[in-house]
Design a binder for this molecule. Structure first.
Ligand SMILES: Cc1cc2nc3c(=O)[nH]c(=O)nc-3n(C[C@H](O)[C@H](O)[C@H](O)COP(=O)(O)O)c2cc1C
Ligand code: SF4
Ligand code: SF4
Length: 254
């Protein structure tokens, strides 16, 4: 079973590429959260994969909440692996995910990372399509490496470009909160009121009022899915996102 969260498709692409080879069932954390599905029964020898983007060197809030709630039943301890997709550093996502899994007495056996385009466009520039394609061209070998390891249920820490644990704890606590400021969102006049941003938000943090999106701050996990998916690129966050472009993974529907 592969449990994944993905706002802009990178983690979904990794999850579906692995599932294609391993024949694992793909379970969307967004669907589970929306439908209240938290109980899963594993068949004999069924592995658990958890795949998530990195947010501020840690985990998206929706993933934390899901990992806290999920109940897994199994005959014998399954092989558990974690994969973080990331742009510059996966921080200590594996450590944070393992805290939840240890509570459930099924700690993570192996952790991996996949470097992909960085969707935090308030800082990173994804406007150059050639550069973005180059980054995505480097994804396949990383996925192949992971598939080889999980097929033989290898244990170990294969996560690259991590940061020290104390730094990740501090940065995550301070910076993720700072990022989650919905007042920095602006809607441009090009918005046509189609409602896609409201419909697709993974945590129902958008309502359309008078034909324009309005954000519910406490709900928003700052996945930037609304900004990247808007068909008119009418949602901006701060000063830089307009020039840094929109991005969704070209190989999956999200
Ligand atoms: C709020 C936010 C914070 C992020 N923080 C980090 C980070 O700390 N390190 C990093 O390498 N990438 C970071 N990223 C980039 C994403 O982790 C990366 O692009 C990921 O592949 C996106 O996955 P998705 O397309 O499945 O949503 C961040 C993205 C967002 C939206
Ligand atoms: S998706 Fe874009 S165009 Fe559609 S309502 Fe939202 S902001 Fe407006
Ligand atoms: S409002 Fe936008 S950034 Fe916030 S959770 Fe929803 S889609 Fe993600």
């Amino acid at each position: 079973m592969i449990l994944y969260f993905s706002a802009t498709g990178n983690s979904k692409y990794v999850a579906s590429s692995i599932a294609k080879v391993t024949n694992d069932r793909l379970v969307s954390i967004v669907d589970c959260m929306k439908n209240g599905d938290f109980s899963f029964s594993l068949s004999r020898n069924e592995a658990i994969g958890i795949i998530s983007p990195t947010y501020s060197w840690g985990l998206p809030l929706i993933v934390c909440e899901f990992l806290e709630k999920v109940e897994l039943t199994y005959a014998e301890k399954p092989y558990v692996y974690f994969i973080a997709t990331y742009g510059t550093s996966p921080g200590q996502t594996g450590f944070f995910a393992n805290q939840y899994m240890k509570e459930k007495e099924i700690p993570i056996d192996a952790q991996f990372s996949v470097k992909m385009p960085d969707t935090w466009t308030p800082t990173f520039n994804l406007s150059n399509k050639e550069k973005v394609s180059k980054i995505n061209a480097g994804v396949e070998p990383q996925i192949d490496f992971i598939i080889k390891k999980i097929k033989i249920e290898e244990w170990g820490d294969f996560m690259k470009n991590k940061v020290p644990r104390f730094a990740a704890k501090v940065f995550y606590n301070l910076e993720y909160d700072n990022m989650r400021k919905t007042k920095r969102f602006k809607v441009e006049d090009t918005c046509v009121g189609c409602g896609l941003c409201e419909k697709k938000c993974p945590v129902n943090a958008i309502e359309i009022h008078n034909g324009k999106p309005v954000w519910i701050k406490d709900q928003c996990v700052m996945c930037l899915g609304c900004l990247h998916r808007c068909p008119k690129f009418a949602i901006q966050y701060g000063k830089n996102t307009k020039k840094h472009g929109q991005y969704t993974n070209p190989n999956v529907r999200i």
